[in-house]
Design a protein around this ligand. Structure first.
Ligand code: ASP
Length: 436
C-alpha cells in the first residue's frame, strides 16, 4: 500500500517548519519570547546535539570501511584530486555569480541613509564581537590549515566536532593502513567497522524520527530571537535590507537550480528532480539548523540510499565537502562585501573584485560548518579589500535568515559533487526510477 503523504518524513518536516514559524511569530506578538526559549527551544538544541553526536562515529566508521575496501590507494588520491578541483570550481562559480548579480542590482546604493545609520547604531556591539573572532582567525599563517589538518592525538581530534578535517585525516590513514595490511588481519577490522556503521545508521534513522519536533522548536526559537517581542521588527528589517536579501537569495537559487542541475546533467545519469526529492530531508534540516555539520549524517544517508552514491565516495566526499565546500557561503560573502562597500559609498575597482573572488573561495574553505560562521570570515574579506569591517553591522540583522538559505546551498553543492564523483568512478547506482 502507498504511504500517505503526511507519513513521509520530508512532509512532516515541512509542516513542522511552517507551524514552528507561525508559532514563533505568534509567541513574539504575545510576549512569550522567554517562555519559548525556556520550554520549547531545548527540544531543538537536543535534536541538533544528537545529530552532532553521531557525526564523528559516522565519518570514522564509513570512511575507514570505505577506504579499506578500495582495491588500491591510487584510486583514493585520484578521487581526492578530482573532488578538491570540483569543489574549488563550483565555489569560484558561486562567487562570480554573486558578484555579477550584486554589481547589476546595486542594492547598497538603494539603502536610505537613515536606515544605514539606524542599522549601524543597533548592531555596533555585535559587529565588534565578530571582528574580534575574525582577528583571531586572521593571526593564523597561510599554511596553518595544512598543519591543522593533522592531529597529534586521535582522541583529541575525535572529541571535537569542529575538527572534522582531522577526523577525516585519521580515518583516511587508518583506511590506507588497512589496505596495505594482510587480508587475514584486515578482514575482522572491516567486519567490525561495517557492523558499527550499520548501528550508527540505525541511530541516524532514530534521531530523524525526532526531526519534526526538533525543527518546530528550532524555527520557533529563530523567530522569537529575530523578532524579540515585536514581530514588526522583522518586517522593518526586511524593508530596509529587502533588495540585498533578494540578490543573495536569487544567487543561491540560480546556483542551486541552474548550476547544480547542469553539472548533474553533464556528468551523471541522475535526473535533477529525483536528486532534489532525494535530498529534501537534508535540505530541510540544513534550513532549520543552519549547520551543514549537523546535517552531514542525513546528507550521507540520503546520498547513499536514495541517490545510489557508493559508500566509499559518500564517506569521503561528503565530510570533506561539509568542511571545505561552502558555495552558498562564498556567494553570500561576495554579495555582502560589495553591498557594504556600495552602502558606504565606496566604488570597488576590478582588482578589488578579483581579490573578493580569491579571498571568498579561501574564506569559505575556512568557514566552520556551524550557524553564523560565514559572517566572521566576511570580516577578513572586507579587510582584504579595505572596506571598514564595522560595515557588517549593516547586515547582521538579517544574517540568520540568509544563513538558513546559504546552508541549504552548501549542502546541495556537497551532494551534487558526491554524485558527480561517484558517476566518474562508475559507482553511482541510482535506485531504479531515479535515473533520468
Ligand atoms: N551556516 C553555514 C553552514 O553550516 C556556514 C555559514 O555560512 O555561516 O554551512
Amino acid at each position: 500500500m502507498k504511504t500517505p503523504w503526511y507519513r513521509k518524513l520530508h512532509w512532516q518536516i515541512v509542516l513542522a517548519l511552517i507551524l514552528g514559524t507561525l508559532f514563533g511569530i505568534f509567541a513574539a506578538s504575545r510576549g512569550w519570547a522567554e517562555l519559548t526559549k525556556d520550554w520549547i527551544s531545548p527540544f531543538g538544541t537536543l535534536f541538533i546535539t544528537l545529530l552532532k553526536l553521531i557525526a564523528v562515529p559516522l565519518v570514522i566508521t564509513s570512511l575507514v570501511g570505505g577506504v579499506a575496501s578500495l582495491s588500491d590507494v591510487r584510486k583514493l588520491s585520484r578521487m581526492g584530486g578530482k573532488t578538491i578541483a570540483i569543489y574549488l570550481t563550483t565555489t569560484a562559480v558561486a562567487v562570480v555569480l554573486g558578484l555579477l548579480l550584486v554589481n547589476l542590482a546595486q542594492p547598497g546604493k538603494r539603502l536610505p541613509a537613515e536606515t544605514r545609520a539606524e542599522l549601524e547604531a543597533t548592531h555596533q556591539q555585535e559587529a565588534s564581537g565578530r571582528q574580534t573572532s575574525a582577528s583571531a582567525v586572521q593571526q593564523r599563517g597561510p599554511l596553518t590549515f595544512l598543519t591543522d589538518m593533522v592531529p597529534d592525538n586521535f582522541f583529541g581530534a575525535a572529541s571535537n566536532n569542529g575538527a572534522m578535517l582531522q577526523v577525516v585525516c585519521i580515518s583516511l590513514l587508518l583506511g590506507v593502513g588497512l589496505t596495505l595490511s594482510q587480508e587475514a588481519k584486515r578482514r575482522p577490522v572491516l567486519a567490525l567497522m561495517d557492523g558499527l556503521m550499520e548501528a550508527v545508521i540505525q541511530i541516524v534513522h532514530l534521531i530523524m524520527r525526532l526531526a519534526p519536533v526538533g525543527v518546530f522548536a528550532l524555527m520557533a526559537n529563530t523567530m522569537v530571537t529575530l523578532a524579540k517581542d515585536d514581530p514588526s521588527r522583522v518586517v522593518d528589517l526586511l524593508k530596509g535590507l529587502g533588495s540585498y536579501c533578494l540578490v543573495v537569495v536569487a544567487g543561491l537559487l540560480i546556483q542551486m537550480f541552474v548550476v547544480y542541475p547542469l553539472l548533474l546533467r553533464s556528468f551523471t545519469s541522475l535526473g535533477w528532480r529525483s536528486f532534489f526529492s532525494a535530498l529534501a530531508p537534508a535540505q530541510l534540516l540544513a534550513f532549520s539548523t543552519s549547520s551543514s555539520g549537523a546535517t552531514l549524517p542525513v546528507t550521507m544517508d540520503q546520498c547513499r540510499k536514495k541517490m545510489g552514491v557508493s559508500e566509499e565516495v559518500a564517506s569521503f566526499v561528503l565530510p570533506l565537502g561539509a568542511t571545505i565546500n561552502m558555495d552558498g557561503t562564498a556567494l553570500y560573502q561576495a554579495v555582502a562585501s560589495v553591498f557594504i562597500a556600495q552602502a558606504l559609498g565606496m566604488d570597488l575597482t576590478l582588482a578589488a573584485q578579483a581579490t573578493i573572488v580569491f579571498t571568498a573561495v579561501l574564506a569559505s574553505i575556512g568557514t566552520a560548518a556551524v550557524p553564523g560562521a560565514g559572517i566572521i570570515m566576511l570580516v577578513i574579506i572586507l579587510e582584504a579589500i579595505e572596506v571598514p569591517s564595522e560595515g557588517i553591522a549593516l547586515i547582521l540583522g538579517v544574517d540568520r535568515l540568509l544563513d538558513m538559505m546559504r546552508t541549504v546551498t552548501n549542502v546541495t553543492g556537497d551532494a551534487t559533487v558526491a554524485c558527480v564523483i561517484a558517476s566518474s568512478e562508475g559507482s553511482l547506482k541510482p535506485p531504479s526510477g531515479n535515473a533520468s
